[in-house]
Write a protein that binds this ligand. Structure first.
Ligand code: ADP
Ligand code: MG
Length: 228
C-alpha cells in the first residue's frame, strides 16, 4: 500500500517535470527559429548576422542546460553562484525578446544602469531563463501591439530590474495566482513559466513585486542584493 502511494507520487512528479522541461525547451527553439528566419533576409548586415548567430548558439546551449538541469533535479543541485553583469543581461534579454516582439508590432525600450559594472549574484543561465519567461509573458499580453520597457538601476536597497508592458493586465486575483503551477489563461500555455522564474529569483535572494491593471498593463519590479 505504502509502496503504491510512493510510486504514484513519483509518476506524478515525473509527469510534471516533463511538462516543465517541454515548456522551457520551447523558448530557445522559438528564438532560434526566429533568427533562422532573419538569416533568410538578404539585406541582413554582416555584424548583425554575427550577433544573431551568437544568440542562436547561446540559446541552444541553454536548451541543453535545461535538459541537464531537470535530469539532475533528483540530486541535490549545488547551484552555481557567479557575478552577473546586469547591463549585459539587459542587452541579452532585449535581443532575445526582439524576435518575439517583431511579430506583434511591439516596441522595446531599454534603459541600462548608468553603472556598466553593476552586478548581482546567481547562476547566469537560470537567471536568463527567469527573465525570458517574464518578458515573454509581457509580449504575449500585448497581442494588439504595445511597448515593452526594460530597465536596470541601483537603488539604496539593491539592484532593481523592471520589466513592464502595456498589455492586457491582470486582476488582483490573477496576480495572486502567478507563480503557482499550471495556472494559465492561454490556449497553448502550460502555466509553468512564472513558477520556474519565481523559484530562480527567490534562490538568488531576489524580491518580486507585481503591479497590474486590466486593460493597462503590468510592471514586474525585481530587487536583488548588489554584488561587491
Ligand atoms: P503561461 O505563459 O504558459 O500561461 P505562466 O506561468 O508564464 O504560464 O503565466 C501564467 C499566467 O499569468 C498567464 O497565462 C497569464 O494569464 C498571466 N500573466 C503572466 N504575465 C502576464 C503579463 N505580463 N500580463 C498579463 N498576464 C500575465
Ligand atoms: Mg509564460
Amino acid at each position: 500500500m505504502q509502496d503504491e502511494i510512493v510510486k504514484s507520487e513519483k509518476i506524478k512528479m515525473i509527469g510534471e517535470m516533463a511538462a516543465s522541461v517541454a515548456h522551457e525547451i520551447r523558448n530557445p527553439l522559438t528564438t532560434v527559429r526566429g533568427f533562422i528566419q532573419l538569416f533568410g533576409n538578404a539585406n541582413l548586415e554582416p555584424d548583425k548576422k554575427e550577433i544573431y548567430q551568437k544568440i542562436c548558439l547561446d540559446e541552444l546551449d541553454r536548451a541543453q542546460l535545461i535538459i541537464t538541469d531537470y535530469l539532475t533535479l533528483a540530486k541535490p543541485d549545488p547551484d552555481i553562484v557567479e557575478k552577473i553583469n546586469v547591463n549585459g543581461e539587459l542587452d541579452y534579454l532585449s535581443n532575445v525578446l526582439l524576435t518575439y516582439a517583431n511579430y506583434n508590432r511591439i516596441q522595446v525600450d531599454k534603459t541600462p544602469s548608468e553603472n556598466n559594472d553593476l552586478c548581482i549574484l546567481g547562476d547566469r543561465y537560470k537567471f536568463r531563463q527567469a527573465l525570458i519567461n517574464i518578458g515573454k509573458n509581457a509580449i504575449e499580453a500585448m497581442n494588439q501591439g504595445g511597448s515593452l520597457r526594460l530597465k536596470a538601476f541601483l537603488r539604496h536597497d539593491g539592484v532593481v530590474m523592471i520589466i513592464s508592458d502595456t498589455g492586457a493586465g491582470m486582476t488582483p486575483e490573477q496576480v495572486k495566482r502567478l507563480g503557482t503551477p499550471f495556472y494559465s489563461t492561454k490556449e497553448k500555455g502550460t502555466g509553468l513559466g512564472t513558477m520556474v522564474s519565481f523559484g530562480i529569483i527567490k534562490k538568488m535572494d531576489g524580491k518580486i513585486e507585481i503591479e497590474s491593471e486590466p486593460g493597462k498593463g503590468t510592471t514586474y519590479t525585481l530587487l536583488f542584493p548588489a554584488a561587491e
